[in-house]
Design a protein around this ligand. Structure first.
Ligand SMILES: [Fe+2]
Ligand SMILES: [Fe+2]
Length: 185
């Protein structure tokens, strides 16, 4: 693996466009309580496909706004609900899926801040750097989404209890506030 930040030297060629057929299959293997997260992924994945087509002020602006919202809501809800419940079953805070996925969230948060700052200040001299940053951010998000859709969610659906999954569904639909969300000993 090459050094971080060196976007030119990373191989970003394994890009795969988000497809309806793939999501059609995913919805059949992921517990329904987790589907709202998967729906967010499908929409964000399509937007990242657009980002990867090259510089567009409008697309970048829209993508950054949308990513900011995802960081505020989707990422936080994943951590607060899925990862928190998963830690009832895999209780380790320095190794394993909960640790690694939170770490990825933090990396994406910091890459987003860098890209948003560069976007706000960019001119024609820094445009190439901006394109690299946006491509890298899109790549990290796409790979993260792929990991969650194909590994985390199908497995979380199998590992979490019915009660935990019901709590997730209630929380996502704006239902109960949440002392019932305290992790079980
Ligand atoms: Fe995530
Ligand atoms: Fe996610």
């Amino acid at each position: 693996m090459k050094g971080s930040g060196d976007t030119k030297s990373l191989n970003l060629s394994d890009w795969k466009e988000t497809s309806e057929a793939e999501y059609g299959r995913l919805f059949t293997i992921i517990a329904p309580e987790l589907h709202p997260f998967v729906e967010d992924h499908a929409a964000l994945g399509k937007l990242m496909d657009k980002v990867r087509t090259g510089y567009s002020r409008e697309v970048y602006e829209n993508a950054l706004k949308r990513i900011e919202e995802e960081l505020e809501h989707h990422f936080r809800e994943e951590e607060r609900l899925i990862l928190r419940f998963l830690s009832n079953h895999i209780p380790a805070d320095d190794a394993g899926p909960v640790f690694k996925l939170k770490q990825e969230h933090d990396i994406i948060r910091s890459r987003y801040l860098e890209a948003a700052q560069l976007f706000a200040e960019h001119n024609e001299h820094s445009r190439e750097r901006l394109v690299q940053k946006m491509n890298m951010l899109a790549y990290l998000l796409k790979k993260h989404i792929e990991k969650e859709d194909h590994y985390l969610f199908p497995m979380a659906g199998a590992i979490l209890t019915q009660e935990e999954k019901r709590s997730i569904a209630r929380e996502l639909s704006g239902g109960h506030p949440s002392d019932e969300l305290e992790p079980k000993e």
